[in-house]
Each structure stands twice: as C-alpha cells, then as structure tokens.
Design a protein around this ligand. Structure first.
Ligand code: OOG
Ligand code: NI
Length: 267
C-alpha cells in the first residue's frame, strides 16, 4: 500500500487520463485562468462484493493513509452498495467506493465475474498499484456484451478493471466559474457531451449538492479477441452548499449518484 497519499492520487490521475484524454482538456478549459491547480472534490472506484477485492479491500488503501469511513449508500435497482471516505486534510479528494452485489445477479454474471476475480493474485490486492492496476484477466468481446446486457457496471469493471472511474472538479474552488450551469455551458460550447440522465444537473441546493458529468470518453480496449472502442471514464463537477450550521455538506446524495453511474453507459 502507498505511504504517500499525493503519489497515490498522482498515479490514479495518470492512469485515468491514459484512457480519458478529455479529462486533460476539461482541466485546461476550467482551470486555464487560475493560478492554483484544480481541486478534486472526489474520485470514485468500482468493484464486486467478493471478499478478495470487495469495497473494504479497496478502502484499506485509503484508511492506511488516514481516510475515514463517513457514509453508506444503497442502489436497489443497480444492485450496488457504496461507502464514502474523507480525510482530515480537506484539500484531499473524498473517495466514493461502490461494489456490485453479485448474490443479486444472474448465475451467469456471478460465475463469469468470480472466474475473472480468481485470476488476481492475492498479493496484488494490497500492492501499491492495485487501485490503478487495470484488469488482471482477459475477456472476449462476446462476454463483455453479455455482461453489458445485464449490468453496465459489471461490464465496465470487466473491461477496465481497477482504476479511478472518474475525478470530480470542486466547482466551489474554481476562480472563473461560480455555478454548475456556467460550467456546463462552457463544456457544451467546447463540444463535450454531458450525462443528461435525471437532468444535466443532479441534486439541488436543498440537498446541499449539485453534480453534473461528461459522458465517458470512447476509448479502445484490448479484449482477448479484438480491440473495440467502448466507454471508458468521465469527468464530474460538484458544487457543495453549506448546511444550516454553515458547514459545507461533504456527503453524497444517493438519488443523484444513481444517475452519475450512468455516465459510462453507451451513447
Ligand atoms: C460512481 C457514481 C456516483 C457520485 O459522485 O455520486 C458518484 C460511479 O460511477 O462509479 O460518483
Ligand atoms: Ni462522483
């Protein structure tokens, strides 16, 4: 596991932009006029509820660096469970980790995913680079498609493995934008496609969090039989509001998150 939190996020970022070239240009678009670099509100990781690689195994990498568990979320229809983690250093991104509940999936999906996860050496899961190690298995395109028909989430992890699914711009700290509407307009004017599931902006000031996101880049992935171009990762934008005690809300909103997951859906 990493002992240097900055190095962990730098590695996660480099691995993410490898398959998400738009992230670099979005960064430029929003941050080009500001001195300090963009602050990321959070990152998100995906996995399966198999002991070896479950949510807690991913979380252990962050807990070792001082992160603490702060909230949990249930997604009935998508068969997902998630927790979020925060660090005492408020400039460090929050971390949102979800897992697919395989016991609620079909025998085909559960058996296929279990076989993929069996290929990961036990020691790989605690290694420094696990959270940005990609796949430890080979899948063919037909398997990807079959997983996709049941769970977009399962197909995404089968294709891309362990990596940050998205980074999230902290809009509150942008110098040249105030509202999420302004950010979205700039993105659309520059030609980016936004996730419109549940509306372009998910959440309201009343739930203390507004979020929007791009649709995932389309990027080539190497299946065992062919190379195919499929949705990779996306960029999210979050604006947080103060609660009645004056402190900015730091949690997530399940109804909004449910729609953010769909940023990796096929266009
Ligand atoms: C996570 C989706 C939820 C948020 O900010 O609500 C999320 C994912 O797509 O893996 O990131
Ligand atoms: Ni997010």
């Amino acid at each position: 596991m990493h002992t240097d939190v900055k190095a962990l996020f730098e590695n996660l970022w480099q691995n993410y932009v490898e398959v998400t070239p738009s992230a670099k240009s979005v960064h430029k678009l929003l941050g080009s006029s500001q001195q300090d670099d963009i602050i990321n509100d959070h990152i998100a990781l995906r996995t399966f509820n198999i002991e070896k690689v479950g949510l807690e195994k991913l979380a252990a990498h962050f807990k070792a660096l001082g992160y603490e568990e702060c909230g949990e979320y249930h997604f009935e229809a998508k068969k997902l469970y998630a927790k979020h983690y925060e660090h005492a250093d408020r400039t460090l991104p929050k971390v949102f980790i979800s897992e697919l509940l395989l016991d609620k999936c079909s025998d085909y999906l559960r058996e296929t995913i279990t076989a993929l996860v069996a290929k990961i050496p036990e020691s790989a899961v605690t290694a420094d680079n696990f959270l940005y190690s990609g796949t430890h298995w080979q899948v063919d395109q037909a398997t990807y498609e079959k997983l996709l028909a049941e769970s977009e989430y399962a197909a995404w992890v089968a294709a891309w493995g362990y990596r940050a699914n998205h980074f999230t711009v902290n809009v509150n700290d942008l110098d040249s934008f105030e509202t999420l509407e302004q950010v979205n307009s700039a993105l659309k004017a520059a030609g980016y496609l936004l996730n419109t599931s549940g509306g372009e902006i998910k959440g309201t000031p009343e739930v203390y969090l507004e979020q929007s996101s791009t649709l995932a880049d389309l990027h080539p992935v190497q299946f065992s039989d062919v190379t195919a171009t499929i949705p990779s990762c996306f960029y999210e934008f979050a604006r947080r509001y103060p609660m009645s005690n004056g402190i900015l809300y730091t949690g997530f909103v399940a109804a909004s998150a449910d729609k953010i997951f769909e940023s990796t859906n096929a266009r």
